[in-house]
Design a protein around this ligand. Structure first.
Ligand code: CMX
Length: 436
């Protein structure tokens, strides 16, 4: 871990100086004209935040630092015998901006194993919740129950200096990343299975151990699928609801536990993280209606047209920012083409891939008719026997912990201040519009 700390320490001074330079010499420069539409419609695409870890291009998709997801998957260290980049490596890249060596990823995995123990009071707190409590609610409660051990908070109470903020942010980030798989597995096992969590295995990497603790499938393919899932969902820029909520709450110097608990509540929204569970429901419903018929492009075209006629959206297609097929979808598709072409649900996903974009294009109003990651990830989990859709957003959350924690560290390292945008009543917007 010393290596990661040294890299952040070396970069933090440079980055803070750069931020101060921008503020001093270019602070008044206009980068975008604000419009009434931007103020009303959720500040979409308004360049008004700093996120160091990743950048979303409408056509190319997300880049972790300078690397596309295809390059992340190709270049970063893999598990022995595996073909998928380890998510720990993605965290290293998001934090340091550098591709980690095998040794650095191995060291990080070891560090996470050392920190994995979840305090008994947190597990006991989960056991007090009714079993029909949504898994995302359980996860948010557990995150807050962990908060009492925040090192950032303890140090803050003891008068920590500003240049030490990132050091204890990193401490908390590593603790949260280390513990969240056990908490998620506990939630899964108590809600959907017998309540017993398979033993933690320090011989495995972070994702493979999580896959094993879920206890649904001992297949090596499932471990690879979970590595892929956790690597792909790690970060998606700073403006999405969960990342932004984490950043906003963190900007008040609430510690990483408080900040991520807020982010988790945002991730639980149906327009954000919960969409993947809705996608799988739609696919299963179509599969039921198809009965014994093989899913063909023609049949799926009919289904898609029917869904649109009923005034519903087709889950898993379209995106607020992307204007092309989501690379996360393409990497999941490549994985499925290697591991599960015989799966009837994959054959349905494949038919959707060919049938739905032309239907949405014909309708004429959708800005992006192509699939996003949610159109595929449920199929992969379902194939490996993780069938409870209510749990899928927790999988997403375990992964997204990597990105939001990496950015939390950087927000403190470069001293980003408390967020406080100006809001105005609609009438004032009208007055402003008349003036310009
Ligand atoms: N099926 C049917 N209609 C769709 C559509 C879809 N998949 N995607 C967009 N549209 C419609 C919109 O509802 C909108 O219609 P109205 O003008 O009648 O309101 C019109 O096309 C234009 O929308 P847009 O500008 O292309 O898309 P938005 O930025 O407004 O919305 C999103 C983006 C993701 C909410 C939307 O595409 C959608 O609802 N998709 C299905 C749900 C889904 O897959 N969500 C997961 C997103 C993944 C993520 O955010 O990470």
């Amino acid at each position: 871990m010393e290596n990661m700390k040294t890299k952040i320490a070396a970069l933090a001074g440079e980055k803070s100086a750069f931020k101060n330079f921008l503020l001093k010499y270019h602070g008044e420069r206009k980068i975008q004209g604000l419009t009434v539409e931007m103020a009303i419609n959720g500040a979409r695409a308004v360049k008004s935040m700093v996120t160091e870890t990743s950048d979303l291009d409408a056509n190319l998709g997300i880049a972790y630092r300078h690397l596309s997801l295809y390059d992340v998957n190709k270049d970063l260290p893999k598990a022995p015998g595996g073909n998928v980049a380890l998510p720990e490596g993605a965290f290293w890249l998001l934090v340091t901006g550098e591709e980690p060596s095998e040794e650095e990823v191995h060291g990080l995995t070891e560090e996470l194993h050392k920190r994995h123990e979840v305090p008994k009071n947190v597990l006991d707190t989960l056991d007090t919740l009714p079993l029909d409590t949504h898994p995302m609610t359980q996860l948010s409660v557990a995150m807050l129950a962990l908060q009492k051990d925040s090192k950032f908070n303890q140090q803050y109470q003891e008068g920590m200096k500003k240049d030490q903020y990132w050091v204890y942010a990193l401490e908390d980030a590593l603790d949260i990343i280390a513990k969240i798989p056990t908490i998620a597995a506990k939630i899964y096992r108590r809600t959907f299975q017998d309540g017993v969590v398979p033993a933690y295995d320090t011989n495995l990497d972070w994702a493979a151990n999580f896959a094993q603790m879920l206890g649904v499938n001992q297949d090596a393919g499932f471990k690879e699928a979970v590595r892929l899932y956790l690597m792909l969902h790690a970060d998606h820029e700073g403006g999405n609801v969960s990342a932004h909520a984490t950043h906003l709450v963190g900007s008040a110097l609430s510690d990483p536990y408080y900040a991520w608990a807020a982010g988790l509540c945002g991730l639980a929204g149906p327009l954000h993280g919960l969409a993947n569970q809705e996608c799988l429901s739609w696919l299963l419903d179509v599969q039921k209606q198809l009965g014994d018929q093989r899913p063909t492009k023609e049949l799926l075209t009919e289904f898609a047209e029917k869904t649109l006629k009923e005034g519903k959206v087709i889950p898993g297609f379209g995106h607020a920012v992307l204007r092309n097929t989501d690379p996360r979808y393409m990497l999941e598709r490549e994985f499925a083409l290697t591991h599960c072409t015989h799966d009837p649900l994959f054959q349905l996903v494949d038919a959707c891939y060919h049938a739905i974009p032309p239907v949405l294009l014909k309708q004429g109003k959708v800005k992006n008719p192509y699939p996003n990651v949610d159109a595929h990830s449920g199929q992969l989990m379902y194939f490996y026997n993780l069938k409870e859709q209510n749990f899928y957003t927790v999988m997403f959350a375990v992964s997204r912990t990597l990105g939001v924690m990496a950015q939390y560290i950087w927000s403190r390292a470069i001293g980003l201040p408390i967020e406080r945008p100006k809001s105005v009543p609609l009438e004032e917007l009208m007055n402003l519009a008349k003036k310009h």
